[in-house]
Design a protein around this ligand. Structure first.
Ligand code: NAD
Ligand code: IPM
Ligand code: MN
Length: 347
């Protein structure tokens, strides 16, 4: 019986994972669920954002369903105790390095996008974001300069093996889509990015059937709102992928719609919406659960090989939206649970 680790976290995390679990349970697939705390919730219950018992569950589980972490009460803790360390720690500890963030415009959500309908309706891309390296995991700290001024620093780096393995994921992803990879970097300024570009070009020799282009990240941010339909797979590093995926989500209607899968060498994966704990709406039943429900669909597809069940969940979300079900971020008035009800009815 496949074991799913359910890690609700903070803010709207528990609200949206509840709905995703309802959907998974309704499919009656014989899955076992076990819950553990992460983030601020774990810090306040266990004294650490990623307690040993949570890590133990994560290691035992076949797949992880993650809500969100982040709590304003944690913002002044020492860095290693902050809620966000839970997600960073899971990605790193389990060597889940490939974060797949599909963005597409669901039928009927044209009005939710801030872009013109003809621009938004062409959105159908996957952002393949590296999440084990980059400036996130380099040496960092605060120091005092010779002149007695405070200075913060974070070292950005990628080694060639890290770039090559994520590049392969990018090309493989493109192979089952429209065979186009746009590698996004800042090679005009950063050595980290120059190596990135060189290695992506080397790896591309094994994927002659995939078209490779390169784009600087500032231009990519602009192109995402000018003509997002040009992108099939965006391949990029940790920091750029973080920023561009939030932007892509709004182009496609709402940050409440974008799921993600974080994969490594084994079948185990971490599945989470791309959004955070949304403290501004937490506890009010306003959160859109679709990103998390769609993350559960990715879990079924990538970690459990249950393609049909994954298709059913995605079709149910589509049908619920087509029938007019909308949370506030999509311009509607349904609560989180009512949106979950609508998806379950469609299922
Ligand atoms: P956020 O994604 O939490 O929220 C940004 C905005 O989008 C807010 O106005 C929020 O209300 C809205 N929003 C987000 N998800 C929504 C949903 N499902 N339905 C409707 N509206 C939604 O980003 P933030 O405000 O910058 O960060 C809040 C906290 O979350 C911080 O502590 C941050 O570090 C953390 N964070 C965690 C993750 C994660 O756990 N993977 C991701 C991003 C941010
Ligand atoms: C995300 C989040 C995380 C990240 C934070 C919470 C560490 O923004 O998953 O997009 O930057 O990777
Ligand atoms: Mn983010």
């Amino acid at each position: 019986m496949p074991l799913i680790a359910v890690l609700p976290g903070d803010g709207i995390g528990p609200e949206v994972t509840t709905q995703a679990c309802r959907v998974l349970e309704a499919l009656d697939l014989g899955l076992a669920f076990e819950e553990a705390p992460v983030g601020g919730a774990a810090y306040f219950s266990d004294g650490h954002p990623l307690p040993e018992r949570t890590l133990d569950l994560a290691r035992r589980a076949d797949a992880l369903l993650f809500g969100a972490v982040g709590d304003p009460r944690g913002d002044n803790l020492e860095r290693h105790l902050r809620p966000e360390q839970a997600i960073l720690g899971l990605r790193k500890e389990l060597e889940l390095f490939a974060n797949l963030r599909p963005a597409r415009l669901f039928p009927g959500l044209e009005d939710a996008s801030t872009l013109k309908t003809e621009v938004a309706s062409a959105i159908d891309m996957v952002i393949v974001r590296e999440v084990n390296g980059d400036v996130y995991f380099g040496e960092k700290g605060m120091r005092t300069t010779a002149g007695g001024r405070r200075e913060g620093y974070d070292i950005m780096s990628y080694d060639e093996d890290e770039v090559a393995r994520i590049a392969r994921v990018g090309f493989e992803t493109a192979r089952v889509r429209n065979r186009k990879v746009c590698s996004v970097d800042k090679a005009n300024v950063l050595e980290t990015s120059q190596l990135w570009r060189d290695v992506v070009i080397e790896v591309a020799r094994d994927y002659a059937d995939v078209e490779l282009t390169h784009m600087y990240v500032d231009n990519a941010a602009m192109q995402l709102v000018r003509n997002p339909g040009q992108f099939d797979v965006i391949l990029t590093g940790n920091l750029f992928g973080d920023i561009l995926s939030d932007q892509a989500s709004m182009c496609a209607g709402s940050i409440g719609m974008l799921p993600s899968a974080t994969l490594g060498r084994s079948g185990k994966g971490l599945y989470e919406p791309i959004h955070g704990s949304a403290p501004d709406i937490a506890g009010q039943g306003k959160a859109n659960p679709c990103a998390t429900i769609l993350s559960a669909a990715m879990l079924l597809r990538y970690s459990l090989g249950m393609e049909d069940a994954a298709d059913r969940v995605e079709a149910a979300v589509t049908a619920a939206l087509v029938s007019g079900a909308r949370t506030a971020d999509l311009g509607g008035s349904l609560s989180t649970a009512e949106m979950g009800d609508a998806v379950l009815r469609a299922l």
